[in-house]
Design a protein around this ligand. Structure first.
Ligand code: ZN
Ligand code: ZN
Ligand code: ZN
Length: 370
């Protein structure tokens, strides 16, 4: 992602203000801010705020001590430092007021993830303003990835593929989940990620909790293990799930795996422009239900991915959003049998002009370790 792309993004946000009925957007530290200007602000109690109005320069208010970390992309936006001892919310409110220009009532769209404390302090100082969420303006722009973003997601998918593809090389039996997870985390970094976002190693009954992390449970023979891993590389996220069987798992674990695999592959095949998010969810859900495991598929089929691990669109019952080229999301059906085991299979797919590209290439076979 280069300067031209950031420049296009800022222009696109400006062009969206009037149709959205918004006079300015104000983004505190968040992926929205990073997406718009490239600056990955630390989520500090000191405020960082990017303000874009209809005209005038985009302006970034930063704690003075953070200013050296900011690249203004050859003046694409103005950087304004505020020092400790200054009233940060006075500075933030006056920057927003400047962006309103003239005119009475104004509407400001603030980052959806702005802290409530900051939001309320700013609102206090702008009694004439109406507030709304910035996702109104930014969501439609971020949900369809640009070619540069799809390249970044493809690269990070290949990086995590190399880790997922090496699961069979690890020693599993007799080690704790936490120990195996630490080794996998090292491999995620070695594969080129700048950050490990999560390593789920759910062995045996722990696998039946979809967001189980990694515990002190010792992995034993006969365990089915759910391994769900992801990290960030060049600002974009990876996310993949594969299943490991240590020795011979109970027969139903293999049977359920086959069901989940067929559901996952059918849902991937169903992805194309014009289909709704809910329809893709239903493809996986109906197949699993027909096999008698519907009550044990306890989460949505997938989530969008980009700069955030979880972002729009969500592949969930009731989401009638129509898929469009450039949307990228996970397809990750699962079946969880309480007290026994879990099964999940996950890849990232990108909607193309006439279908879908599955970004992950790691085999869907169960990783059988002796
Ligand atoms: Zn999740
Ligand atoms: Zn995952
Ligand atoms: Zn996921």
């Amino acid at each position: 992602v280069n300067r031209d792309e950031f420049s296009r993004r800022i222009d696109a946000v400006r062009a969206s203000l009037t149709p959205a009925g918004v006079d300015a957007v104000a983004l505190s530290a968040s992926s929205d801010l990073t997406w718009l200007c490239g600056y990955d602000a630390m989520p500090l109690e000191r405020i960082t705020l990017l303000v874009v109005g209809r005209d005038g320069p985009a302006r970034l208010l930063v704690p003075a001590l953070e200013a050296p970390r900011v690249d203004d992309l050859d003046g694409l936006f103005e950087v304004i430092g505020w020092s400790d001892g200054q009233e940060q919310y006075d500075e933030a409110a006056s920057l927003i007021a400047d962006a309103f220009g003239t005119g009475g009532e104004s509407t400001v769209a603030v980052a959806d993830r702005m802290w409530a404390g900051a939001m309320l302090a700013i609102a206090d100082r702008l009694p004439g303003a109406t507030f709304t969420t910035a996702s109104k303006v930014i969501r439609p722009l971020r949900i369809r990835k640009s070619p540069a973003e799809i390249d970044a997601l493809r690269d990070v998918a290949h990086a995590i593929d190399s880790v997922a593809g090496s699961l069979g090389e690890l020693r599993w039996e007799g080690r704790t989940e936490a120990d195996v997870a630490a080794e996998i985390a090292g491999r995620i970094v070695d594969a080129g990620h700048e950050r490990v976002n999560f390593v789920i190693v759910g062995s045996g009954p722990n696998g039946a909790s979809p967001h189980h992390s990694a515990s002190q449970r010792t992995i034993g023979r006969g365990d089915a293990v759910v391994v769900d891993i992801g990290g960030t590389m060049n600002g974009y996220c990876s996310d993949i799930t594969r299943c490991v069987h240590v020795g011979d798992a109970e027969p139903e674990a293999t049977k359920v795996y086959d069901v989940v695999r067929r559901a996952q592959e059918a849902a991937c095949d169903a992805v194309r422009p014009g289909v709704t998010a809910a329809e893709v969810d239903a493809v996986a859900r109906d197949l699993i239900a027909a096999e008698g495991y519907g009550d044990f598929f306890i989460h949505r089929t997938g989530h969008g991915i980009g700069m955030d691990e979880h972002e729009d669109p969500y592949l969930v019952t009731g989401n009638d959003e129509v898929l469009e080229p450039g949307m990228c999301f996970s397809i990750e059906p699962g079946v969880y049998l309480p007290g026994r085991f879990g099964v999940r299979l996950e890849d990232i797919v990108c909607v193309t002009d006439d279908g879908a590209e599955v970004l992950n290439r790691t085999s869907h076979d169960i990783v059988d370790v002796p």
